[in-house]
Design a protein around this ligand. Structure first.
Ligand SMILES: Nc1nc2c(ncn2[C@@H]2O[C@H](COP(=O)(O)OP(=O)(O)OP(=O)(O)O)[C@@H](O)[C@H]2O)c(=O)[nH]1
Ligand SMILES: [Mg+2]
Length: 311
């Protein structure tokens, strides 16, 4: 007799820097979503598809939940709301902090009270960064979460070390509908290559620049010419604009005689070549678009959901 097959959507939600993207990458065994030590790295929904012989889980990585004070943040939170609606099961990530209180109790309260209280779907509470805690402490926190918020399941993982993720997959399975796979085997994401290329460039901005620069930056792919399709000896050409809000930020991004931009370009090109598995020619331009994070029309043109009502 054939075994049952499960297929559905699992949303990864939580505060910025909780390790949502690290967890997605670990579950897929592939670096799909960008990861940096800075909060608010992820800005759009990232779809990552997990396949095995019993299931297809469409993971949806989301931006971190925070207090919005710019139009960009409102559009990021809208993405979280839409993803919660789309999902069959919610994976609520609560990061351990390693500090005295061991985890952000206040945020856990906000997450369950304000975001998940009337969700009629199973919620799996996941205490991430468990590598920072003693086993007794993480067991104690899980008990508190179970008693206070009554999730469907609560478990601890270390997304960084890949610990506890098998248990998480086991917990997700019965929460999914019995259904045929939605996507062909082996497909990792629904997003196009050029999206991941722009994310790699943005990741390098987050890693190489400090203070407000990463937050004031957007990356747009202006041209992606796949020359190798016509002539395998030719490199693909990628032209991309790095958008900032002010002239002073443009100067910092470019650096002395272009040195900072060159370093950024080299690091991004290497990762893009790994992603595409072919050599590319990458050209970067820096452009100033004053206050782009506040302007709905610009946000829309950069692919954010910035129209209509925001949460
Ligand atoms: N010690 C430890 N660090 C982790 C773990 N998971 C993630 N991190 C680190 O936490 C930081 C943030 O990780 P991300 O995966 O980018 O977090 P995120 O929730 O996607 O963050 P946003 O996209 O900003 O919302 C990175 O420096 C990760 O290496 C973990 O299990 N243990
Ligand atoms: Mg992320």
């Amino acid at each position: 007799m054939e075994r049952d097959f499960f297929c559905g959507h699992a949303a990864l939600v939580g505060p910025p820097n909780a390790g949502k993207s690290t967890l997605l990458n670990n579950l897929l065994e592939h670096k799909l979503s960008i990861v940096t030590p800075k909060p608010q790295t992820t800005r759009k929904k990232i779809t990552g598809i997990y396949h095995d012989d019993r299931s297809q889980i469409i993971f949806l990585d989301t931006p971190g939940i925070m207090n919005p004070f710019r139009e960009l943040h409102r559009s990021m939170l809208k993405t979280v709301c839409q993803t919660l609606n789309e999902a069959d099961v919610i994976i609520a990530l609560i990061p351990a902090s390693g500090k005295t209180d061991n985890y952000d109790r206040e945020f856990a309260g906000t997450l369950f009270k304000e975001w998940l209280h009337d969700i009629q779907k199973p919620v799996i509470a996941v205490l991430n960064k468990a590598d920072l805690l003693k086993k007794e402490t993480s067991d104690d926190i899980l008990e508190q979460i179970r008693n206070r918020w009554k999730p469907h399941t609560a478990l601890a993982v270390s997304a960084l070390e890949g610990k506890g993720t098998d248990m998480l997959l086991k917990a997700i399975l019965p929460c999914l509908p019995l259904d045929a796979p939605l996507y062909p085997e082996g497909i990792l994401s629904t997003a196009p290559e050029r999206f991941f290329v722009s994310e790699i460039i943005r990741e390098k901005v987050f890693l190489f620049y400090a203070e407000e620069i990463p937050y004031a930056t957007e990356v747009v792919i202006d041209e992606f010419r796949e020359q190798h399709l016509d002539d395998p000896s030719k490199k693909d050409v990628i032209r991309s604009s790095i958008i900032v809000e002010r002239e002073s930020q443009k100067h910092i991004l470019i650096g002395k005689k272009g040195s900072a931009l060159k370093k950024l370009g080299t690091a991004a090109r290497k990762d893009i070549e790994k992603l595409l598995d072919r050599p590319v020619f990458l050209e970067l331009f820096v452009k100033v678009r004053p206050d782009w994070r506040k302007k709905k029309a610009l946000l829309k043109s950069y692919g954010y959901d910035a129209g209509g009502k925001s949460p």
